[in-house]
Design a protein around this ligand. Structure first.
Ligand code: ADP
Ligand code: MG
Length: 258
């Protein structure tokens, strides 16, 4: 029997991905429970962005599965064989997964409001007036009520990243994935983005955050994992992870980021 209250919301099992001759993911397993915040740490090139791109259905794994809320994503496996979904079905499944990138990836020819509305009108077919209302609310939630008519070029990096968070949130995703969301920001702008993320976590959003912000991970994450060489090396609650790491690899990594 499964207990739905504690069943994982997101489960990744035996995920493999190879580019050319490089095996980037070597069988990754992990689960994220509903409302949980998971921080992924790890050196550059270890496969952190790749695993997020697979979970966001931006790319397909070579092997393994991604299960969100009891449903296997990206494929139709109901008749005993695995068939990859068509683009239209994928686009629909993707709306359950919010993704925030290091480089905000906003449309430069659209103002903040229209960047946030776009997914609602184009993918969800929400009427424009309703989309406008929800996008306005979401921009207010990330502290940008007074910036709805500004274009990306008229916004700071921190403001652009908050627009990107609003754009993901407005689709009402089940889980939010963040790929080093503050790494491209000037130091004085990091806090405003982490603040929005911390509030989101406090509101109960399920989140996977790839980050180098150790203090944020310690304060906000329920679980911290070290990713290295395409695998999870160690995974624990923040106090154990940072104060009592079990693996030498984790100890070495932490020496460099503290
Ligand atoms: P991280 O985010 O931890 O820095 P990535 O997931 O971006 O790591 O990359 C892991 C490895 O996979 C790197 O060696 C990178 O060069 C390689 N890689 C990532 N994406 C591609 C791709 N589209 N084509 C070829 N190699 C890739
Ligand atoms: Mg990366």
């Amino acid at each position: 029997m499964t207990d739905t209250a504690t069943a994982p919301l997101l489960r990744v099992a035996n995920l493999h991905k190879t580019y050319g001759a490089t095996e980037v993911l070597k069988g990754v397993d992990f689960t994220v429970r509903r409302g949980e915040v998971k921080a992924l740490l790890g050196p550059s090139g270890s496969g952190k962005s790749t695993i997020l791109r697979l979970m966001a259905l931006l790319e397909a794994p070579d092997q393994g599965e991604i299960v969100l809320d009891g449903r296997r994503l990206g494929v139709n496996a109901t008749r005993g064989r695995v068939v990859h979904l068509r683009e239209r079905e994928l686009a629909r499944q993707r709306t359950d997964i919010g993704m925030v990138f290091q480089r905000f990836n906003l449309f430069n020819h659209l103002d903040a409001l229209h960047n946030v509305m776009l997914g609602l009108t184009q993918v969800r077919r929400v009427p424009r007036a309703q989309a406008r209302e929800r996008a306005t609310e979401m921009l207010a939630r990330v502290g940008l009520a007074d910036r709805t008519g500004h274009f990306p070029s008229e916004l700071s990096g921190g403001q652009q990243q908050r627009v990107a968070i609003a754009r993901a949130l407005v689709m009402d995703p089940k889980v939010m994935l963040f790929d080093e969301p503050t790494s491209a920001l000037d130091p004085e702008l990091v806090g405003e983005v982490l603040g929005v993320m911390e509030q989101l976590a406090a509101d109960g959003m399920t989140m996977v955050v790839v980050t180098h912000e150790v203090r944020f991970a310690r304060r906000v994450a329920d679980e911290v994992a070290l990713f290295d060489g395409g695998q999870i090396v160690e995974q624990a609650g923040p106090d154990d992870f940072f104060d009592r790491p079990r693996h030498e690899r984790t100890r070495r990594f932490l020496q460099h980021v503290h």
